[in-house]
Ligand binder design. Structure first.
Ligand code: NAD
Ligand code: UD1
Length: 340
């Protein structure tokens, strides 16, 4: 059985990916410093899959700590989710963002090399396309970044490509996620943001549950069909499956694989409000306000390459994404119990 180290495996995408990995027959070990997660999420994953997951509370910047984990397990591959992800915060705390995201990836790659584990699946983001000139976005579209978070993702992508140039025995996947939403169908695990959510779906679901009054829609005058921003929302379980497929694709040969993980469908903010109202049978109050700095009109993937190279395609439709988000949110109105 192949053994996978999942860094950041206690977080939103990490917990869902652990389930897909275990269901696909992989053994999973998690490293997380719990700076944005609680142990409860992993406990619930164990409940869902009925498997114990070895967990190490280690920071990926802690080389000695990582070495200890690598001494105890022989890993076939690493999926690297651990990192900081809030765009606004990255502008205020660039040092912390570069240190954790870029510094953590350097240290992880170094330890992997030293233990001869050379399969690295990296969580990149569609943010590396900046303000795309055309949509849908293909993998060879121009790259540009406008904030430290995005730049940290692009720097890691470039770093890993340099690693491959120097040693072509690595197997590297740079997975560019579009907008992950939804939750496992059990409603036991889901996205649990700290404080007031920045992202649309966590915000809408907290309005629907009555924790927040009203959604502010950031801009009604974009050049989109209804004037509100358009994004490619992807169910987190489909995204998780994409990681399993990436691991399988990397087995074939050493390479750097760069793939978009999106659905190819663009939905506007108003589409999302309507879909969520339908799923939750609640009214989502909103007002249209000014644009959010740094936002773009439309961003959605061309998923053709993922279909071709990973034999992977997102399967769950928008209604399912909203139903699953709602199941998680209504069963856990305050997220996980906070014993971090
Ligand atoms: P998350 O915050 O839920 O998960 C990240 C996990 O990493 C958390 O459990 C956190 O405790 C852990 N972590 C952070 N810093 C760490 C460190 N120094 N050492 C060890 N663990 C650490 O976020 P997520 O949404 O699950 O995102 C996972 C990855 O995917 C991130 O790298 C993120 O940048 C990337 N990504 C996320 C999105 C999104 O919209 N959620 C989109 C594109 C890319
Ligand atoms: C954000 C990040 C991006 C990251 C992505 C992954 C910013 C500027 N960008 O993208 O780097 O890769 O998350 O999840 O934070 N919206 C509202 N009201 C709200 C919240 C959002 O109208 O309260 C709108 C936004 O203007 C946008 C859409 O909803 O049109 C989606 O926003 P969000 O969920 O924050 O994701 P992105 O902006 O696409």
């Amino acid at each position: 059985m192949k053994k996978i180290l999942v860094t950041g495996g206690a977080g939103y995408i990490g917990t869902h990916t652990c389930i897909e990995l275990i269901e696909a027959g992989y053994e999973v070990v998690v490293v997380d410093n719990l700076c944005n997660a609680s142990k409860e999420g992993l406990k619930r994953v164990e409940e869902i899959v009925n498997v114990e997951i070895p967990f190490y509370r280690v920071d990926v910047r802690d080389k000695t700590g990582l070495i200890e984990v690598f001494k105890q397990h022989k890993f076939d591959a690493v999926i690297h989710f651990a990192g900081l992800k809030a765009v606004g915060e990255s502008v205020e705390k660039p040092i912390e963002y570069y240190d954790t995201n870029v510094g953590g990836s350097f240290i992880l790659a170094e330890v992997m090399r030293d233990f001869n584990c050379k399969t690295f699946v990296f969580s990149s983001s569609a943010t590396v396309y900046g303000n795309p000139k055309t949509v849908p976005i293909k993998e060879d579209s121009p790259l540009s970044v406008t904030n430290p978070y995005g730049r940290s993702k692009l720097m890691i992508e470039e770093f890993l490509q340099d690693v491959f140039v120097a040693d072509e025995t690595w197997h590297i996947a740079l997975l560019r996620y579009f907008n992950p939403i939804g939750a496992h169908k059990s409603g036991l695990i889901g996205e649990d943001p700290n404080g007031t959510p920045n992202n649309l779906i966590p915000y809408i679901s907290q309005v629907a549950i009555g924790k927040l009054d009203k959604l502010s829609i950031f801009g009604g005058d974009y050049n989109t069909p209804d004037g509100t921003g358009v994004r490619d929302y992807i169910h987190v379980m489909d995204l998780a499956k994409g990681h399993v497929r990436a691991l399988q694709a990397l087995e074939n040969k050493p390479q750097v694989l760069i793939v978009n993980l999106g659905t190819g469908n663009g939905y506007s903010v108003l589409d999302m409000v309507k879909a969520f109202e339908k799923a939750s049978e609640k009214t989502v109050a909103y007002k249209i306000t000014k644009r959010r700095a740094g936002d773009i009109a439309a961003c959605y993937a061309d998923p053709t390459y993922a279909i071709e190279i990973l034999d992977w395609k997102a399967e769950r439709e928008l209604d399912k994404m909203c139903q699953d988000t709602w199941r998680w949110q209504s069963a856990n109105p305050n997220g996980y119990p906070r014993h971090k």
